[in-house]
Structures are given as C-alpha cells and as structure tokens.
Design a protein around this ligand. Structure first.
Ligand SMILES: Nc1ncnc2c1ncn2[C@@H]1O[C@H](COP(=O)(O)OP(=O)(O)O)[C@@H](O)[C@H]1O
Ligand SMILES: [Mg+2]
Length: 213
C-alpha cells in the first residue's frame, strides 16, 4: 500500500532521512517512534508528496506522491502535528471538505459531537482562532469522516483533553475503521496500543528498529 525504497532526504546541507526502506501493507496499523528531530514528520511529508525524495522512492498505492500528488492524496486522510493557520471559518472549512472530498458535513459534525466540540458555538469563527485542542478535534473529525483507506496522524492527541483522548482511542478500534491502514506518530504509545501491531523507530533519520508488537 505504501512503499519506501532507500528513501533519503536532504534539507539544506543536512541529511534528514538516510536510506529508509519499509513497506506498509493494507490494513496494517503502525506507530513511528523517535526522539524530537529524528525525522518522523519529514518522513510523513515525503509520503504526502510535500517533499521530493533526494534519492530513493516513495509509492502510495503505486503512485509517486510528489509527482502525482492528487492521485496519492485522494487515498490519504492526514492530521498534521501543527494545524495550518486557515482563515476559513469552520463552516467554510466543512463546506470545502464536502465539496472537494468524499465526506459530508453531517458526518463531520457527528464526529465533532463525539469529541464534545460544540460546533454551533464556533461555526462562524475563523479556524485559526480556535484553541489548539479544538483545531485538533475539527481536523480529526474531518479525517474520520472521509472514506480514505489510509489514515495518518502526526501527534494527533497532543492538545486533546482527557475525554477526547479516550474517545479517540475508542474510535480507532471501532467497526467504522475496520479496514483502514493507520500510521501514527506519537510519543504516547499507550494511546494507540489497542490497535497498533508494529512499531518503527527512527533515530537521526535512520530506521533503527522495526518490530511486531
Ligand atoms: N524545512 C526544513 N529545513 C531544514 N531542516 C529541517 C526542515 N524541516 C525539518 N528540518 C530538520 O530535520 C530534522 C528532523 O525534523 P522532523 O522531521 O520535524 O523531526 P521529528 O518529526 O521526528 O521531530 C530536524 O533536525 C529539523 O531541524
Ligand atoms: Mg514531528
């Protein structure tokens, strides 16, 4: 489903990723671990086609994501570590998602309810003015509302309150997510331990561990 072959990425004059190779098969759930600066977010950016590999190859369902971003991204729902500073209101964001992706507004709203976000109280606010946790709830709700077969979460629960964290954990093992391939970057392995079956550890841009749990 996702294949990295000898992927290296240089930014400036620094080797951020060096000769990273692994394959993620359909339905697999894995966590990517590593210290701050290990290269986890850079790796995800290569999978999302935000970065062109300096050498080696990335394939998402056969597509090279940098060259064929639209085809690769239509299969991926992604929650970033840092929410983008969108000027859209929450309503405009939902409308945009409903227009350009396969999810509908009511499904997004039902996930927001589940995370105890009072959407109506904030619907006309610009997204960037929401609190960090609210932004994360909105982005997680959109990701779950899509029917993408691949979910990628980069530290998704960092700003969530305790209730939302518990609900996030429950949702991962819910029937609605049964067939999804999931990649988590998290320092809190216990939050995803109910679904994760493999862990890959990066250190200084190299895979130093790849184990089944
Ligand atoms: N755009 C960039 N230009 C130069 N260096 C970068 C850039 N983005 C990340 N880095 C560097 O790459 C290293 C890995 O960063 P990152 O992938 O964000 O790590 P992680 O997500 O594991 O904490 C860090 O040393 C960081 O400073
Ligand atoms: Mg990161």
């Amino acid at each position: 489903m996702i294949t990295l072959s000898h992927l290296s990425k240089t930014l400036g004059n620094q080797n951020i990723l060096s000769d990273v190779s692994f394959t993620i098969t359909s339905g697999e759930r894995l966590i990517i671990l590593g210290q701050n600066g290990a290269g986890k977010t850079t790796l995800i950016r290569c999978i999302l086609g935000e970065y062109q590999p300096s050498s080696g190859e990335v394939r998402v369902l056969g597509f090279a994501p940098f060259k064929n971003r639209v085809r690769a991204l239509e299969h991926i729902a992604f929650v970033p570590q840092l929410p983008p500073p969108l000027r859209y209101t929450v309503k405009e964001l939902f409308d945009y998602c409903a227009d350009v992706t396969d999810c509908d507004r009511n499904t997004i709203r039902s996930y927001c309810d589940y995370f105890e976000l009072d959407v109506n109280a904030h619907i006309h606010k610009p997204f960037y003015k929401l609190s960090g946790g609210m932004k994360q709830k909105v982005l997680i709700s959109i990701a779950f509302a899509r029917s993408s077969p691949i979910l990628i979460f980069d530290e998704p629960t960092a700003n969530l309150d305790v209730v939302a964290r518990d609900r996030f954990r429950s949702l991962l093992s819910d029937n609605r997510c049964r067939d999804k391939t999931m990649i988590f970057i998290s320092h809190r392995i216990e939050e995803v331990s109910n679904v994760v079956k493999r862990s890959i550890e990066l250190d200084l841009g190299k895979v130093v561990k790849d184990v089944l749990l």
